[in-house]
Design a protein around this ligand. Sequence first.
Ligand code: TRP
Length: 455
Amino acid sequence: MSRPDKSIHGQWSSRWAFILAATGSAVGLGNIWKFPYITGENGGGAFVLVYLLCIVCIGIPVMMAEIMIGRRGRQNPVNSLKSIAKEEGAGQFWRYLGWSGVAAGFIILSYYSVIAGQAIAYIFRTISGTFDGVTADGAANIYKSLTSDPERLLAWHTVFIVLTMVVVARGVRGGLEKLVRFIMPALFAILILLVGFAANTGEHFTHAIDFLFKADFSKLTGDAVLTAMGHAFFTLSLGMGAIMVYGSYLPKNTSIMKVTFAIAAADTAIALLAGLAIFPLVFANDLSIGSGPGLIFETLPIAFGHMAGGALFGSLFFLLLVFAAWSSAISLIEPAVAWLVENKNVSRRRACVYTGFAAWSLGLLTVISFNIGQHWLLFGKTMFELLDYLTANLMLPLGGLLIAIFAGWVMPRSSSQQEFAIKKPIFYYIWLILIRFITPAAVIIVFLNALGLFN
Ligand code: TRP
């Protein structure tokens, strides 16, 4: 199989279009829903520090590697890896890396959609004034009444999958650019507003800052470190080929390094702002910090219920969150769809029906793990927790490790250097050292540490 010069799905119209789409992929539920609740569950400061370290030492180099491989291969991740491996005389094994990425994308989309569905439900609850003057207990009960009803979760999950597949069917470039150009700044603005509201809680705001940024390593378990690393992959959409497939639509002369820094900075800023908006409310209302996936749904409504214009801002917030989740979900399924279109000669539309149906079906496991199946545990985890752990903590880091090895060792320097095409070779060498040694070593150490090998 040879490498085409251009993707058959077309190219981004400009560097900005790519930055927007990739930021749209990165910024999503991971930043606003997941980051705060796992930070709460894992004790704060030290966890945040490890997460930030992982972004810098693992996330950023791997993102550059994914974009570079995608742009060189110009096809879906399975084919790109396969054709580059062939060209460089490496084995057939590498296409399985593409495959495991496709599988991870499916599994993540299946539960991602259920949570995004909950956010859709909250648009309507906020605008109808359900939260006016709500107490902490009241907000928790309202969340419980949603999640305990499998039919409602299923309905919103269905709506979200259909929305996602409609955009993917039209090709990811068309609508996505416009959507993201509008929602990212708006989301930023409303988060700032929420942080402003939270700052009014005085000492609780200071407490939240301490909680987020004062590292107490005695609380940090091996599993927490693994979760922090897994989240670095999850939040930047790495380890499964999403950014790789977007890279395959990237025009030739774009600076891979610049775009990567822009995306990683925006993503990290949004996550930290979400933390600053949520934790003061947790402390001010004596809520449990480890309350899990319901955290944003149980805390932010308290803010909306007590601020002027809260119903409006609240519904706008959840609307923007749904948009952000939407632009992320699209990238989760794009590798699978691109593969079907390129290899199986099916139309984009048909590919969307198949893949959408598969992800929807798998999502039923998550729907019931909030209610009927909440006591069905395996390894002490619900099905939703299990799917999340399997993908975010295992599949993505493992995928990232192999991507690093592929970019650093399988591809010769002449190929990667040509693809980066940077004027200052020093940056290329820094990347090369990171991707060859630091990134793989870090991932392996975190895995071994989680297995308890260093205790
Ligand atoms: N990064 C997104 C978020 O933070 C989720 C996401 C989109 C993702 N595409 C991905 C995660 C690919 C892992 C891999 O919400």
